[in-house]
Ligand binder design. Structure first.
Ligand code: GRF
Length: 358
């Protein structure tokens, strides 16, 4: 059994939805709620359900997050789900739970994310921007707000006359489908990673489901056996899968191998640019191809590789990484060009000299 702790600050409809969804299965459960507001409405709801609730004042979240890690570890928490949680999750928590802290955001990140973009603000900004699509994103939490790698997204259409309120209601429905599925997907990836790391510890497939994450590592219950069982339950896969996206495909610019990149999210490029004011750095793709064809082949290929990383990183929300890739592409184009010119200009004198030597 995997243990998920939910962190919330407000009404907590997503938190309740996670609790209820996983109570129906026997692989994942939500035994703990953590809040940063003493009177958050979600507390009473979880108490009614008989779920343990811990309150830590904002001061503790800011200055002593180690205390929180201690409580989580004591309760054998495997993964953290932020469901409308407004405090910053400090480095010690992120370090104690690498690739195990997820957040749900009510837009198609990287569009409409970052400082001040929470709750109703997001939907108002979406309506104001006049875009025709919005949705929900579950991403890994990093120190940069709303910039962690995207795990899953679900898109919804914005109808004419849509208001921030009606949009919020639609996005909430998408979130209820998306978040449980993203939690399962995160566990599936962790299982995959563990199984790749320690294949020699893999016993026969008939070993029963593990009771803790430590046991899971060598249980032989890989992605296909353990998590698919959950998906195949009547209320699981059927309801959520057709509208959610995890893996991009066939874009031809390197994104197809990027598990964090949603197909439909690609279409929101223009929206992301308009809203975040962060245009994609130049990819130099044409120059890279010219260098491969006309100048020096190997440095040209290296330039093309970095060129493809520009958009991949950008759509993961890693703007810094994208800028770095763009700079690298630029440098390798110059290297390729210089080597190409040198080779071309030296060719003639070299041939003349070698002809004279004969
Ligand atoms: C959700 O829209 C979520 O995306 C955002 O905060 C909202 C929380 O809503 N992070 P609820 O408290 O789960 O109803």
């Amino acid at each position: 059994m995997k243990n998920v702790a939910v962190f919330a600050s407000g009404t907590g409809t997503n938190a309740i939805n996670l609790y209820e969804t996983f109570s129906k299965g026997d692989r994942i459960r939500v035994p703990l709620l953590l809040v940063d507001r003493e009177n958050a409405p979600v507390i009473a709801k979880f108490r009614d359900l008989g779920v343990e609730t811990l309150y830590f004042p904002r001061q503790v979240w800011r200055k002593e997050p180690e205390k929180i890690v201690e409580e989580l570890k004591k309760r054998h928490i495997d993964l953290i789900a932020l469901a409308g949680f407004l405090s910053i999750v400090g480095k010690p928590i992120l370090e104690a739970y690498p690739e195990r802290v997820l957040n749900i955001h009510p837009s198609l990140l990287p569009a409409f994310g970052g400082e001040g973009m929470w709750g109703q603000n997001v939907h108002e900004a979406v309506i104001k921007a006049g875009v025709d699509r919005s949705g929900a994103t579950v991403h890994y939490v990093t120190e940069d707000v709303d910039r962690g790698p995207i795990l899953l997204q679900e898109e919804i259409d914005i109808e004419p006359g849509e208001t921030a309120e009606s949009l919020e209601a639609k996005v909430h429905q998408a979130e209820y489908r998306l978040f449980p599925r993203a939690v399962v997907e995160a566990f599936r990836r962790l299982d995959d990673k563990e199984n790749r790391k320690e294949p020699e510890r893999k016993p026969e497939a008939s070993v029963p489901a593990p009771e803790s994450s430590a046991a899971t590592a060598g249980s032989g219950q890989g992605t296909d056996t353990s998590w698919e069982q959950y998906f195949n339950s009547p209320e699981g896969r059927e309801q959520t899968e057709p509208q959610t996206q995890a893996d991009g495909s066939g874009s031809g610019d390197g994104r197809e191998n990027n598990p964090y990149y949603g197909d439909r999210a690609k279409k929101t490029e223009a929206q992301a640019v308009a809203v975040n004011g962060e245009p994609m750095p130049p990819t130099y793709l044409v120059w890279s191809i010219l260098c491969v064809l006309l100048c020096c082949f190997i440095p040209g290929l290296v330039a093309a590789y970095f060129s493809s990383r520009v958009s991949t990183k950008y759509y993961q929300g890693d703007i810094e990484g994208s800028k770095k890739a763009s700079r690298m592409a630029e440098i390798w184009i110059i290297v390729s060009f210089v080597l190409g010119v040198l080779a071309a200009t030296l060719y003639l004198p070299f041939m003349i000299l070698s002809g004279m030597a004969q």
